[in-house]
Design a protein around this ligand. Structure first.
Ligand SMILES: NC(=O)c1ccc[n+]([C@@H]2O[C@H](COP(=O)([O-])OP(=O)(O)OC[C@H]3O[C@@H](n4cnc5c(N)ncnc54)[C@H](OP(=O)(O)O)[C@@H]3O)[C@@H](O)[C@H]2O)c1
Length: 217
């Protein structure tokens, strides 16, 4: 069984844990402290997921999901993420993160900066552009006429392939959006953000948004 580690046991982390468990993945989930602190939350919100520490969650995981506030991610030990396929689902959201100059001025998107902070990791930006409620409500079996799409971008093409398979596995059409810098098209303010669309429409919006970003650069 494919093992997923989710770092962050809040709204996004627990909803992804629930969806992944239901899709047949083995899920370990951790917050900033000990496993005891999240045991009850996980039992209620993501039954079947295993609450643990970040270090134990990552051990043997094929995919590691960063589901914590962006301004806190540098507190993670980078050695935990080295060599791992890391799904960056974090958004720069000033009401939560405060003003961070580095992220204010990031024409290639925040995930490129995340990748630079953890050079040994294989960062893929994905799942940041769907709300935690929608993640659960919008999933559908393959071939459903109302199935919506999610995108993944990354410079490590093999890692992107693994993530696309995961997105399909949890109930979404999966779109390869190209290199990590294309992640700007998934960020808050983009038409793809928080507005799940069918695959063909997603592709159109992605192309338009990348063109707009190219002209603005
Ligand atoms: N909410 C959404 O719909 C949504 C959708 C897509 C993406 N996102 C993104 O996902 C991220 C999390 O959002 P959220 O809404 O889930 O936030 P949240 O509900 O506030 O949860 C944040 C979680 O991160 C954990 N955390 C903090 N520092 C940590 C560390 N060093 N190691 C491991 N876990 C740590 C917190 O645990 P402690 O209590 O122990 O600090 C908490 O469980 C954000 O970047 C957000 O932009 C959110």
């Amino acid at each position: 069984m494919t093992k997923i580690a989710i770092l962050g046991a809040g709204k996004a982390g627990t909803s992804l844990a629930r969806v992944a468990v239901e899709a047949g993945y083995q899920v370990d989930i951790a917050a900033s402290g000990s496993a005891d602190r999240i045991g009850l939350i996980i039992e209620v919100l993501a039954p079947g997921a295993h609450p643990t520490t970040a270090a134990a969650a990552v051990e043997g995981a094929e995919l590691v999901v960063l589901a914590l506030p962006l301004h806190k991610f540098k507190r993670l030990d980078p050695s935990l993420l080295s060599g791992r396929i890391v799904l960056d689902i974090m958004n720069y959201w000033t009401p939560i993160d405060g003003e961070i100059t580095e992220f204010d001025d990031a024409p290639e998107g925040t995930s490129v900066l995340v990748q630079r902070s953890i050079p040994g990791a294989r960062v893929v930006k994905t799942l940041n552009h769907i709300g935690y409620h929608e993640l659960e409500e919008q999933r559908r079996p393959p071939g459903s006429p109302d199935r919506v799409a999610l995108g993944a971008v990354g410079d490590d093409r093999e890692a992107v392939g693994e993530v696309l398979a995961f997105l399909e596995g949890i109930g979404f059409d999966a779109i390869d959006g190209g290199p990590l810098a294309n992640g700007v098209a998934f960020q808050p303010g983009s038409p793809l953000f928080g507005a799940p669309s069918p695959a063909a429409r997603f592709q159109e919006l992605l192309a338009e948004e990348l063109e707009r970003a190219r002209i603005a650069a």
